[in-house]
Design a protein around this ligand. Structure first.
Ligand code: 6PG
Length: 467
Protein backbone atom coordinates (compact mmCIF):
# COMPACT_ATOMS: atom_id res chain seq x y z
CA UNK A 1 0.00 0.00 0.00
CA UNK A 2 1.23 3.47 -0.88
CA UNK A 3 2.44 5.71 1.95
CA UNK A 4 0.93 9.01 3.01
CA UNK A 5 4.05 11.13 3.19
CA UNK A 6 7.75 11.00 2.36
CA UNK A 7 10.57 12.46 4.44
CA UNK A 8 13.91 13.35 2.88
CA UNK A 9 16.89 13.70 5.22
CA UNK A 10 17.55 11.46 8.19
CA UNK A 11 19.75 13.54 10.43
CA UNK A 12 18.27 13.84 13.92
CA UNK A 13 15.54 16.34 12.90
CA UNK A 14 14.37 14.22 9.95
CA UNK A 15 14.40 11.02 11.99
CA UNK A 16 12.37 12.59 14.74
CA UNK A 17 9.89 14.22 12.36
CA UNK A 18 9.36 10.82 10.69
CA UNK A 19 8.75 9.13 14.04
CA UNK A 20 6.42 11.93 15.08
CA UNK A 21 4.37 11.73 11.86
CA UNK A 22 4.12 7.96 12.17
CA UNK A 23 3.05 8.18 15.81
CA UNK A 24 0.05 10.29 14.70
CA UNK A 25 -1.19 7.47 12.50
CA UNK A 26 0.28 8.39 9.10
CA UNK A 27 2.44 5.98 7.11
CA UNK A 28 5.86 7.30 6.09
CA UNK A 29 8.51 6.57 3.47
CA UNK A 30 12.01 7.85 4.20
CA UNK A 31 15.02 8.65 2.04
CA UNK A 32 18.52 9.85 2.83
CA UNK A 33 21.36 10.63 0.42
CA UNK A 34 23.72 8.33 2.33
CA UNK A 35 22.13 4.93 2.19
CA UNK A 36 23.73 3.80 5.47
CA UNK A 37 21.76 6.36 7.47
CA UNK A 38 18.51 5.05 6.02
CA UNK A 39 19.49 1.48 6.91
CA UNK A 40 20.52 2.49 10.42
CA UNK A 41 17.24 4.27 11.02
CA UNK A 42 15.11 1.44 9.60
CA UNK A 43 16.97 -1.12 11.69
CA UNK A 44 16.81 0.82 14.93
CA UNK A 45 14.33 3.56 15.83
CA UNK A 46 11.95 2.85 12.95
CA UNK A 47 11.61 -0.86 13.69
CA UNK A 48 8.11 -2.14 14.02
CA UNK A 49 6.69 1.13 12.77
CA UNK A 50 4.84 2.08 9.65
CA UNK A 51 8.02 3.55 8.13
CA UNK A 52 9.52 2.14 4.94
CA UNK A 53 12.86 2.95 3.32
CA UNK A 54 13.46 4.24 -0.19
CA UNK A 55 16.92 4.10 -1.70
CA UNK A 56 16.41 6.53 -4.54
CA UNK A 57 14.26 9.59 -5.04
CA UNK A 58 12.42 7.78 -7.82
CA UNK A 59 11.60 4.94 -5.45
CA UNK A 60 10.50 7.41 -2.80
CA UNK A 61 8.10 9.15 -5.17
CA UNK A 62 6.72 5.83 -6.43
CA UNK A 63 6.06 4.68 -2.88
CA UNK A 64 3.74 7.63 -2.18
CA UNK A 65 0.00 8.16 -2.60
CA UNK A 66 -1.07 10.88 -5.02
CA UNK A 67 -0.92 13.77 -4.73
CA UNK A 68 2.46 13.03 -3.20
CA UNK A 69 3.47 14.87 -0.07
CA UNK A 70 7.18 15.18 0.62
CA UNK A 71 8.83 16.88 3.58
CA UNK A 72 12.51 17.81 3.18
CA UNK A 73 14.43 18.08 6.43
CA UNK A 74 17.89 18.81 5.08
CA UNK A 75 20.61 21.40 5.47
CA UNK A 76 19.60 24.84 4.20
CA UNK A 77 21.35 26.22 1.12
CA UNK A 78 22.47 24.37 -2.01
CA UNK A 79 21.46 20.87 -0.76
CA UNK A 80 17.83 22.04 -1.03
CA UNK A 81 18.28 23.13 -4.66
CA UNK A 82 20.10 19.92 -5.53
CA UNK A 83 17.35 17.82 -4.00
CA UNK A 84 14.63 19.78 -5.80
CA UNK A 85 16.42 19.36 -9.12
CA UNK A 86 16.89 15.63 -8.57
CA UNK A 87 13.28 15.18 -7.46
CA UNK A 88 11.57 17.27 -10.10
CA UNK A 89 11.61 14.70 -12.96
CA UNK A 90 9.56 12.27 -10.86
CA UNK A 91 6.98 14.70 -9.51
CA UNK A 92 3.63 15.46 -11.08
CA UNK A 93 1.25 18.39 -11.10
CA UNK A 94 -0.52 18.76 -7.77
CA UNK A 95 2.23 17.18 -5.64
CA UNK A 96 3.30 19.02 -2.49
CA UNK A 97 6.91 19.67 -1.49
CA UNK A 98 7.77 21.07 1.95
CA UNK A 99 11.12 22.53 2.99
CA UNK A 100 11.31 22.32 6.79
CA UNK A 101 14.89 23.63 7.12
CA UNK A 102 16.06 27.08 8.15
CA UNK A 103 16.13 28.41 4.58
CA UNK A 104 16.57 32.03 3.62
CA UNK A 105 13.06 33.22 2.67
CA UNK A 106 14.36 34.76 -0.56
CA UNK A 107 15.62 31.35 -1.68
CA UNK A 108 12.23 29.91 -0.77
CA UNK A 109 10.48 32.47 -2.97
CA UNK A 110 12.69 31.60 -5.95
CA UNK A 111 12.09 27.89 -5.45
CA UNK A 112 8.38 28.36 -5.13
CA UNK A 113 8.22 30.31 -8.38
CA UNK A 114 10.22 27.67 -10.17
CA UNK A 115 8.05 24.79 -8.92
CA UNK A 116 4.82 26.68 -9.52
CA UNK A 117 5.63 26.54 -13.24
CA UNK A 118 5.52 22.74 -12.95
CA UNK A 119 2.25 22.85 -11.01
CA UNK A 120 3.94 21.70 -7.82
CA UNK A 121 2.87 23.23 -4.52
CA UNK A 122 5.89 24.43 -2.59
CA UNK A 123 5.77 25.14 1.12
CA UNK A 124 8.61 26.89 2.96
CA UNK A 125 8.04 25.98 6.55
CA UNK A 126 9.73 27.12 9.73
CA UNK A 127 10.13 24.25 12.19
CA UNK A 128 11.13 25.08 15.73
CA UNK A 129 11.76 23.13 18.87
CA UNK A 130 15.04 21.35 18.28
CA UNK A 131 15.33 17.56 18.24
CA UNK A 132 12.91 17.02 21.11
CA UNK A 133 10.32 19.30 19.57
CA UNK A 134 10.60 17.48 16.25
CA UNK A 135 9.81 14.22 18.03
CA UNK A 136 7.11 15.34 20.44
CA UNK A 137 5.58 18.33 18.73
CA UNK A 138 7.32 21.33 17.14
CA UNK A 139 5.91 24.73 16.36
CA UNK A 140 5.28 24.85 12.59
CA UNK A 141 5.30 27.98 10.43
CA UNK A 142 4.23 26.93 6.93
CA UNK A 143 4.15 29.52 4.15
CA UNK A 144 3.85 29.45 0.36
CA UNK A 145 1.21 27.57 -1.61
CA UNK A 146 -2.10 27.76 0.24
CA UNK A 147 -3.55 25.01 -1.91
CA UNK A 148 -0.60 22.81 -1.00
CA UNK A 149 -1.05 23.70 2.66
CA UNK A 150 -4.65 22.50 2.56
CA UNK A 151 -3.41 19.11 1.34
CA UNK A 152 -0.98 18.66 4.26
CA UNK A 153 -2.88 20.60 6.93
CA UNK A 154 -4.15 17.49 8.68
CA UNK A 155 -0.70 15.94 8.93
CA UNK A 156 0.92 19.20 10.09
CA UNK A 157 -1.74 19.81 12.72
CA UNK A 158 -1.26 16.27 13.96
CA UNK A 159 2.51 16.60 14.22
CA UNK A 160 2.64 20.07 15.81
CA UNK A 161 2.75 20.82 19.52
CA UNK A 162 -0.61 21.37 21.13
CA UNK A 163 -1.59 24.12 23.55
CA UNK A 164 -5.05 24.00 25.11
CA UNK A 165 -6.27 21.70 22.37
CA UNK A 166 -5.01 23.90 19.54
CA UNK A 167 -2.12 22.87 17.27
CA UNK A 168 0.89 25.20 17.14
CA UNK A 169 0.62 25.47 13.39
CA UNK A 170 -1.09 27.95 11.13
CA UNK A 171 -0.78 29.02 7.51
CA UNK A 172 1.55 32.02 7.75
CA UNK A 173 1.23 33.60 4.32
CA UNK A 174 2.28 33.31 0.68
CA UNK A 175 5.80 33.17 -0.77
CA UNK A 176 8.59 33.07 1.76
CA UNK A 177 6.43 34.22 4.68
CA UNK A 178 6.90 31.00 6.67
CA UNK A 179 10.67 31.08 6.51
CA UNK A 180 10.72 34.81 7.17
CA UNK A 181 8.69 34.34 10.34
CA UNK A 182 11.04 31.52 11.39
CA UNK A 183 14.01 33.88 10.92
CA UNK A 184 12.30 36.42 13.18
CA UNK A 185 11.64 33.65 15.70
CA UNK A 186 15.35 32.93 15.69
CA UNK A 187 16.23 36.61 16.03
CA UNK A 188 14.05 36.75 19.13
CA UNK A 189 15.66 33.49 20.27
CA UNK A 190 19.08 35.14 20.00
CA UNK A 191 18.01 38.20 22.00
CA UNK A 192 16.23 36.13 24.66
CA UNK A 193 19.42 34.11 25.10
CA UNK A 194 21.62 37.21 25.22
CA UNK A 195 19.39 38.96 27.78
CA UNK A 196 19.40 35.90 30.02
CA UNK A 197 23.17 35.73 29.65
CA UNK A 198 23.55 39.34 30.75
CA UNK A 199 21.32 38.70 33.78
CA UNK A 200 23.55 35.72 34.60
CA UNK A 201 26.70 37.85 34.42
CA UNK A 202 25.20 40.52 36.67
CA UNK A 203 23.94 38.01 39.24
CA UNK A 204 27.28 36.25 39.28
CA UNK A 205 29.49 39.30 39.36
CA UNK A 206 27.52 41.84 41.36
CA UNK A 207 25.80 39.46 43.77
CA UNK A 208 28.54 36.82 43.78
CA UNK A 209 26.07 34.00 43.02
CA UNK A 210 27.47 30.55 42.33
CA UNK A 211 25.93 27.91 40.08
CA UNK A 212 23.72 26.58 42.82
CA UNK A 213 22.36 30.08 43.65
CA UNK A 214 21.82 30.66 39.95
CA UNK A 215 19.92 27.40 39.63
CA UNK A 216 17.63 28.45 42.47
CA UNK A 217 17.16 31.96 41.12
CA UNK A 218 16.26 30.92 37.58
CA UNK A 219 13.99 28.13 38.86
CA UNK A 220 12.16 30.71 40.92
CA UNK A 221 11.92 33.13 37.99
CA UNK A 222 10.47 30.36 35.89
CA UNK A 223 7.44 30.33 38.14
CA UNK A 224 6.54 33.97 37.41
CA UNK A 225 6.16 36.31 34.45
CA UNK A 226 9.44 35.11 32.94
CA UNK A 227 8.23 31.52 32.67
CA UNK A 228 9.65 30.14 29.43
CA UNK A 229 11.54 27.25 27.93
CA UNK A 230 14.81 29.20 27.81
CA UNK A 231 14.62 30.18 31.51
CA UNK A 232 13.74 26.59 32.37
CA UNK A 233 16.76 25.12 30.56
CA UNK A 234 18.97 27.87 31.99
CA UNK A 235 18.00 26.76 35.51
CA UNK A 236 18.81 23.18 34.57
CA UNK A 237 22.15 24.09 33.05
CA UNK A 238 23.33 25.56 36.39
CA UNK A 239 22.54 22.26 38.09
CA UNK A 240 24.75 20.13 35.88
CA UNK A 241 28.17 19.07 37.15
CA UNK A 242 31.11 18.17 34.96
CA UNK A 243 31.88 14.46 35.47
CA UNK A 244 35.63 15.07 34.84
CA UNK A 245 36.26 17.84 37.34
CA UNK A 246 33.21 17.72 39.59
CA UNK A 247 32.78 21.46 39.02
CA UNK A 248 29.64 23.05 37.57
CA UNK A 249 29.81 22.28 33.85
CA UNK A 250 28.87 25.87 32.96
CA UNK A 251 32.20 27.05 34.42
CA UNK A 252 34.13 24.68 32.16
CA UNK A 253 32.55 25.81 28.88
CA UNK A 254 34.57 28.19 26.69
CA UNK A 255 32.79 31.54 26.36
CA UNK A 256 32.82 31.79 22.56
CA UNK A 257 29.36 31.52 20.99
CA UNK A 258 28.61 29.87 17.66
CA UNK A 259 25.86 30.67 15.18
CA UNK A 260 24.50 29.31 11.95
CA UNK A 261 23.21 32.54 10.45
CA UNK A 262 19.47 32.90 11.04
CA UNK A 263 19.94 35.68 13.61
CA UNK A 264 22.23 37.50 11.21
CA UNK A 265 19.65 37.26 8.41
CA UNK A 266 16.99 38.74 10.65
CA UNK A 267 19.20 41.76 11.25
CA UNK A 268 20.13 42.05 7.57
CA UNK A 269 16.45 41.91 6.62
CA UNK A 270 15.63 44.56 9.20
CA UNK A 271 18.34 46.83 7.80
CA UNK A 272 16.99 46.29 4.28
CA UNK A 273 13.44 47.07 5.36
CA UNK A 274 14.55 49.95 7.62
CA UNK A 275 13.13 48.57 10.87
CA UNK A 276 14.87 49.11 14.22
CA UNK A 277 15.60 45.80 15.98
CA UNK A 278 18.62 46.91 18.03
CA UNK A 279 18.31 44.28 20.77
CA UNK A 280 18.31 41.46 18.25
CA UNK A 281 21.23 43.09 16.43
CA UNK A 282 23.17 43.46 19.69
CA UNK A 283 22.56 39.78 20.43
CA UNK A 284 24.16 38.83 17.11
CA UNK A 285 27.09 41.19 17.70
CA UNK A 286 27.53 39.88 21.26
CA UNK A 287 27.96 36.36 19.87
CA UNK A 288 30.44 37.69 17.34
CA UNK A 289 32.56 39.60 19.87
CA UNK A 290 32.55 36.55 22.16
CA UNK A 291 34.03 34.50 19.34
CA UNK A 292 37.16 36.70 19.33
CA UNK A 293 38.27 34.87 22.45
CA UNK A 294 42.04 35.02 21.98
CA UNK A 295 41.97 38.70 21.17
CA UNK A 296 39.86 39.39 24.25
CA UNK A 297 42.23 37.43 26.44
CA UNK A 298 45.12 39.57 25.16
CA UNK A 299 43.17 42.80 25.66
CA UNK A 300 42.16 41.77 29.17
CA UNK A 301 45.75 42.17 30.38
CA UNK A 302 46.07 45.63 28.81
CA UNK A 303 42.72 47.39 29.26
CA UNK A 304 41.29 48.02 32.68
CA UNK A 305 37.82 48.79 33.94
CA UNK A 306 36.30 49.72 37.28
CA UNK A 307 36.98 47.38 40.19
CA UNK A 308 34.19 44.87 40.68
CA UNK A 309 32.12 45.85 43.67
CA UNK A 310 30.15 43.02 45.10
CA UNK A 311 26.83 44.15 46.38
CA UNK A 312 26.71 41.71 49.24
CA UNK A 313 23.57 39.73 48.93
CA UNK A 314 21.14 42.52 48.37
CA UNK A 315 17.92 40.60 47.94
CA UNK A 316 16.05 43.39 46.27
CA UNK A 317 18.73 43.81 43.59
CA UNK A 318 18.09 40.27 42.44
CA UNK A 319 14.50 41.27 41.74
CA UNK A 320 15.67 44.41 39.97
CA UNK A 321 17.63 42.20 37.58
CA UNK A 322 14.56 40.01 37.07
CA UNK A 323 12.42 43.04 36.23
CA UNK A 324 15.09 44.44 33.90
CA UNK A 325 15.09 41.11 32.10
CA UNK A 326 11.29 41.04 31.83
CA UNK A 327 11.08 44.56 30.46
CA UNK A 328 13.89 43.99 27.98
CA UNK A 329 12.25 40.81 26.81
CA UNK A 330 9.07 42.73 26.02
CA UNK A 331 11.16 45.19 23.97
CA UNK A 332 12.85 42.44 22.02
CA UNK A 333 9.54 40.78 21.12
CA UNK A 334 8.18 44.22 20.23
CA UNK A 335 11.08 44.60 17.79
CA UNK A 336 10.44 41.20 16.22
CA UNK A 337 6.74 41.97 15.71
CA UNK A 338 7.66 45.45 14.39
CA UNK A 339 9.82 43.75 11.76
CA UNK A 340 7.02 41.36 10.80
CA UNK A 341 4.57 44.24 10.52
CA UNK A 342 6.80 46.07 8.04
CA UNK A 343 7.67 42.92 6.08
CA UNK A 344 3.99 42.06 5.83
CA UNK A 345 3.28 45.49 4.35
CA UNK A 346 6.24 45.41 2.00
CA UNK A 347 5.64 41.90 0.65
CA UNK A 348 1.84 41.91 1.02
CA UNK A 349 1.81 38.78 3.15
CA UNK A 350 -1.07 39.78 5.38
CA UNK A 351 0.64 38.26 8.44
CA UNK A 352 -1.58 37.71 11.45
CA UNK A 353 0.45 38.65 14.56
CA UNK A 354 -2.04 37.13 17.02
CA UNK A 355 -1.85 33.80 15.21
CA UNK A 356 1.95 33.94 15.11
CA UNK A 357 2.05 34.58 18.85
CA UNK A 358 -0.40 31.72 19.34
CA UNK A 359 1.69 29.12 17.50
CA UNK A 360 4.83 30.23 19.36
CA UNK A 361 3.24 29.36 22.70
CA UNK A 362 4.17 25.71 22.40
CA UNK A 363 6.84 23.54 20.81
CA UNK A 364 9.32 26.26 19.89
CA UNK A 365 12.46 27.55 21.56
CA UNK A 366 10.97 30.95 22.46
CA UNK A 367 7.77 29.56 24.00
CA UNK A 368 7.00 31.75 26.97
CA UNK A 369 4.18 32.95 29.15
CA UNK A 370 4.70 36.41 27.63
CA UNK A 371 3.30 35.08 24.33
CA UNK A 372 -0.14 34.68 25.92
CA UNK A 373 -0.13 38.41 26.59
CA UNK A 374 1.15 39.15 23.09
CA UNK A 375 -1.55 37.02 21.51
CA UNK A 376 -4.13 38.80 23.63
CA UNK A 377 -2.71 42.21 22.67
CA UNK A 378 -3.02 41.59 18.92
CA UNK A 379 -6.31 39.79 19.24
CA UNK A 380 -7.92 42.73 20.97
CA UNK A 381 -6.30 45.26 18.64
CA UNK A 382 -5.12 43.68 15.35
CA UNK A 383 -3.86 47.07 14.13
CA UNK A 384 -1.82 47.79 17.23
CA UNK A 385 1.22 49.73 15.96
CA UNK A 386 3.63 48.34 18.48
CA UNK A 387 3.45 45.91 21.39
CA UNK A 388 4.87 48.58 23.70
CA UNK A 389 1.54 50.38 23.36
CA UNK A 390 -0.60 47.48 24.54
CA UNK A 391 -2.22 48.52 27.85
CA UNK A 392 -1.19 45.37 29.73
CA UNK A 393 2.42 45.33 28.50
CA UNK A 394 2.70 49.09 28.95
CA UNK A 395 1.81 48.61 32.57
CA UNK A 396 4.48 45.93 33.07
CA UNK A 397 7.06 48.22 31.49
CA UNK A 398 5.98 51.09 33.68
CA UNK A 399 6.27 48.95 36.82
CA UNK A 400 9.70 47.62 35.82
CA UNK A 401 11.22 50.92 34.79
CA UNK A 402 12.93 51.93 38.04
CA UNK A 403 14.42 48.43 38.49
CA UNK A 404 15.46 48.32 34.82
CA UNK A 405 17.34 51.61 35.07
CA UNK A 406 18.93 50.65 38.39
CA UNK A 407 20.15 47.34 37.03
CA UNK A 408 21.75 49.00 34.03
CA UNK A 409 23.39 51.69 36.13
CA UNK A 410 24.87 49.06 38.42
CA UNK A 411 26.09 46.92 35.51
CA UNK A 412 27.70 49.88 33.81
CA UNK A 413 29.34 51.09 37.01
CA UNK A 414 30.73 47.60 37.45
CA UNK A 415 32.01 47.35 33.89
CA UNK A 416 29.74 44.45 32.94
CA UNK A 417 28.80 44.57 29.25
CA UNK A 418 25.02 44.70 28.83
CA UNK A 419 24.40 45.44 25.15
CA UNK A 420 21.07 43.62 25.13
CA UNK A 421 19.55 45.16 28.24
CA UNK A 422 20.88 48.61 27.39
CA UNK A 423 19.69 48.56 23.79
CA UNK A 424 16.26 47.41 24.92
CA UNK A 425 15.99 50.36 27.27
CA UNK A 426 17.26 52.75 24.59
CA UNK A 427 14.71 51.34 22.17
CA UNK A 428 12.00 52.00 24.73
CA UNK A 429 13.28 55.50 25.45
CA UNK A 430 13.60 56.32 21.74
CA UNK A 431 10.16 54.99 20.86
CA UNK A 432 8.43 56.83 23.67
CA UNK A 433 10.02 60.26 23.12
CA UNK A 434 8.52 62.85 20.88
CA UNK A 435 11.90 64.54 20.51
CA UNK A 436 15.12 62.79 19.52
CA UNK A 437 18.33 64.56 18.57
CA UNK A 438 17.94 63.93 14.87
CA UNK A 439 17.50 67.65 14.20
CA UNK A 440 21.23 67.96 14.81
CA UNK A 441 21.98 65.15 12.38
CA UNK A 442 19.91 66.93 9.75
CA UNK A 443 21.77 70.19 10.41
CA UNK A 444 25.12 68.42 10.10
CA UNK A 445 24.08 66.72 6.87
CA UNK A 446 22.97 70.03 5.47
CA UNK A 447 26.17 71.73 6.70
CA UNK A 448 28.64 69.41 5.02
CA UNK A 449 26.62 68.07 2.11
CA UNK A 450 23.73 70.45 1.42
CA UNK A 451 21.42 67.49 2.04
CA UNK A 452 18.60 69.87 3.11
CA UNK A 453 16.23 69.59 6.06
CA UNK A 454 12.58 70.09 6.96
CA UNK A 455 11.33 72.63 9.52
CA UNK A 456 8.94 72.29 12.40
CA UNK A 457 7.08 75.50 11.67
CA UNK A 458 6.59 75.44 7.88
CA UNK A 459 6.34 72.99 5.00
CA UNK A 460 9.02 72.62 2.39
CA UNK A 461 12.65 71.69 2.00
CA UNK A 462 15.34 74.04 3.32
CA UNK A 463 19.03 74.61 2.93
CA UNK A 464 21.23 77.01 4.86
CA UNK A 465 24.65 78.45 4.02
CA UNK A 466 26.09 77.48 7.39
CA UNK A 467 29.52 79.12 7.08
C1 6PG B 1 14.70 26.21 16.70
C2 6PG B 1 16.10 26.71 16.61
C3 6PG B 1 16.88 25.91 15.61
C4 6PG B 1 18.38 26.07 15.76
C5 6PG B 1 18.94 27.19 14.91
C6 6PG B 1 19.71 28.27 15.57
O1 6PG B 1 13.82 27.03 16.56
O2 6PG B 1 14.50 25.02 16.91
O3 6PG B 1 16.12 28.05 16.26
O4 6PG B 1 16.37 26.18 14.36
O5 6PG B 1 18.79 26.09 17.03
O6 6PG B 1 19.72 26.51 13.98
O7 6PG B 1 21.03 27.91 15.68
P1 6PG B 1 22.29 28.88 15.79
O8 6PG B 1 22.32 29.35 17.20
O9 6PG B 1 23.42 27.96 15.47
O10 6PG B 1 22.17 29.98 14.81
Amino acid sequence: EKKEIGVIGLAVMGENISLNIESRGFSVAVYNLEKEMTEDFINSKAQGKSIVPAYSLEELVNTLKRPRKIWMMIKAGSPVDQTIDALLPYLDKGDVLIDGGNSDFRDTEKREMKLEKHGIHYIGMGVSGGAKGALNGPSLMPGGSREGYKLVEQILNGVAANVNGEPCCTYIGPGGAGHFVKAVHNGIEYSDMQLITEAYMILEQVLGMDASDLHKTFSEWNKGDLESYLIEITAEIFKKNDPDTGKPLIDMILDAAGQKGTGKWTVQLALDLGVPIPTIAEAVFARIISSFKEERVKASSILTGPPLQHNGNSKSFKYDVRDALSASKICSYAQGFFLMREASREYEWDLNPAEIARIWRGGCIIRARLLDKIQHAFKSLPDLDNLLLDPQLRKSLENSQPAWRKTLTKAMESGIPVPGLASALSFFDSYRREQLGANLIQAQRDFFGAHTYQRKDKDGVFHTEWE
